[in-house]
Design a protein around this ligand. Structure first.
Ligand SMILES: Cc1cc2nc3c(=O)[nH]c(=O)nc-3n(C[C@H](O)[C@H](O)[C@H](O)COP(=O)(O)OP(=O)(O)OC[C@H]3O[C@@H](n4cnc5c(N)ncnc54)[C@H](O)[C@@H]3O)c2cc1C
Length: 464
């Protein structure tokens, strides 16, 4: 067994691991990264964010072709199969792996492919995919091993028609009817993707409102548009039993209902990838979801071991994971790049897309903050009309006395991009974070960003 010495060893090459490794390497540290699949990128690139977003993009293009009358000159509406649209996702994954492999090489970061576990606080053993065992001795270790779908013991995931959000990427046909169990972000995104392919979707929600952390108006809009696209949403339901049968799956609900479909996609919860890390050897405890607890510096209860990304829980987003990883390394190398990542925007790639930052109306009302609302509906905006993207709205919440922007909530075309303009203004200090910015600044025309100007006038006109 060869022994190698490093300043920092990072476990996992998803966004958190990459963020940590790059920051430590740029600060001159000798860094190694370990991942248990033969390519870098993590679950984010191979199973989560990237494939789902690429799938969604292809589905949106198909929907545009099928619904825009202009395309009837070149052909009738067509349905594409799931394996067909998956091909475009595979190409994006390959490109991402190439770019990210280059980052590690350029920054002289050693990569090991195999399963890592702690022998002691400074020693990581890697059982490499080729069977060789390597010993990496490190001053500091960053655990960025991510998460995987939670699989309850009473659901038979070996049945060929029962999938989770990882295995769905091996679906070799297009089901006519699909049950999606779990209506969180991943469940709602896949409901959009499959319904966009013409699949009849039953979306099973344990709660009484979709994505209840969102502004209620936006959550209502999502429900409306999913239903409009043939998604049957069933609220307040829980499974009694999931029965895989020869030609499909029968979902038995506690409410007494039975639903049959060609396949079931399980999207209910995730668990941290900590079970193979040998954390018991170094005295790091995990919670019931397999997550590691850290302090504001991303340090675990063992002082030279840090953790970032999905393995520490909230918000379980690639966007945050990358910054948390960078921040964990910032704590280690002390180069001023540490920050506690708590200003994370919501980006939800349903159809329509959703994005928000800051407070919701519900939160402001509860806190008795005197706020006002300004809205812009996309259907009236030139750029949305040109793009044939009439669905959507931007809503700005602002303090009616100080005019400070308190929240930005958006759904529709480009929502996840649009929100960043509001985020930039909200991050300003003093009068610079006033809603007046949007009427005192000339924006390109026609743009989706013009929604800020329209919403600002709408809101300011409500003041008296
Ligand atoms: C379907 C889906 C869609 C998503 N969409 C979005 C989105 O649109 N936007 C967004 O911001 N987020 C999205 N997410 C969440 C995002 O993918 C995760 O937050 C992100 O991947 C977390 O990054 P990470 O670096 O913590 O871990 P990961 O990306 O999970 O990477 C961890 C890596 O560590 C490896 N590993 C695990 N254990 C070991 C071990 N013992 N030894 C060596 N290697 C190990 C794993 O195999 C993996 O390669 C989505 C997730 C899913 C499932």
């Amino acid at each position: 067994m060869a022994v190698y010495n490093y300043d920092v060893v990072v476990l996992g090459s998803g966004p958190a691991g990459e963020g940590a490794a790059m920051n430590a390497a740029k600060a001159g540290r000798k860094v190694a990264v370990v991942d248990n699949r033969p390519l870098v990128g993590g679950n984010c690139t191979h199973l989560g964010t990237i494939p789902s977003k690429a799938l969604r993009h292809s589905v949106r293009q198909i929907m545009q072709f099928n619904t825009n009358p202009m395309f009837r000159q070149i052909g009738e509406p067509r349905w594409f199969s799931f394996p067909d649209v998956l091909k475009s996702a595979e190409k994006v994954i390959a490109k991402q792996v190439t770019s990210r492999t280059g980052y590690y090489a350029r920054n002289r970061i050693d990569t090991y492919f195999g399963t890592a576990s702690f022998a002691d606080e400074q020693t990581v053993e890697v059982v490499c995919l080729n069977g060789v065992v390597e010993k990496l001795v490190a001053k500091q270790v960053v655990v960025a091993t991510g998460s995987r779908p939670y699989r309850p013991a009473d659901v038979d995931f070996t049945h060929p028609r029962i999938y989770d959000s990882d295995t769905i990427l091996s679906l070799g046909h297009t089901p006519r009817r699909l049950i999606i169990y779990g209506a969180g972000v991943i469940g709602c995104e896949y409901a959009s993707i499959f319904s966009g392919l013409g699949v009849l979707v039953d979306l099973i929600d344990n709660r009484d409102q979709l994505l209840s952390f969102l502004d209620s108006e936006i959550s209502d809009a999502l429900s409306y548009h999913l239903r409009n696209n043939n998604v049957l949403i069933r609220h307040n339901e829980e499974y009694e039993r999931i029965e895989g049968v020869e030609n499909g799956v029968v979902l038995h609900l506690k409410s007494g209902k039975k639903i049959k479909a060609d396949a079931l996609l399980w999207c209910n919860g995730r668990t941290g990838n900590t079970d193979q890390l040998g954390l018991e050897n170094i005295g790091i405890a995990v919670n019931s979801r397999g997550q590691i607890q850290v302090d504001e510096h991303y340090r675990t209860e063992v002082s030279n071991i840090y953790a970032a990304g999905d393995v520490i829980g909230w918000p379980s987003l690639a966007s945050a994971a990358s910054d948390q990883g960078r921040s964990a390394a910032g704590s280690i190398v002390d180069n001023g790049s540490w920050r506690f990542v708590d200003d994370v925007p919501t980006g939800i790639y349903t159809i329509p897309e959703i994005s928000s930052i800051g407070k919701t109306e519900r939160e402001l009302t509860q806190a008795k903050v005197p706020y006002e609302v300004g809205k812009a509906f996309f259907k009236g905006m030139a750029r949305a009309q040109i793009s044939v993207e009439p669905v959507g709205m931007l809503k700005i919440l602002f303090h009616r006395e100080t005019l400070e922007v308190l929240g930005v909530h958006c759904f529709g075309y480009q929502a996840s991009e649009i929100v960043h303009i509001g985020q930039a203004i909200m991050n300003q200090k003093g009068e610079a974070n006033s809603i007046k910015y949007f009427i005192n600044t000339t924006f390109n025309y026609p743009t989706m960003a013009e929604a800020y100007r329209v919403a600002a006038f709408d809101g300011l006109n409500r003041l008296f």
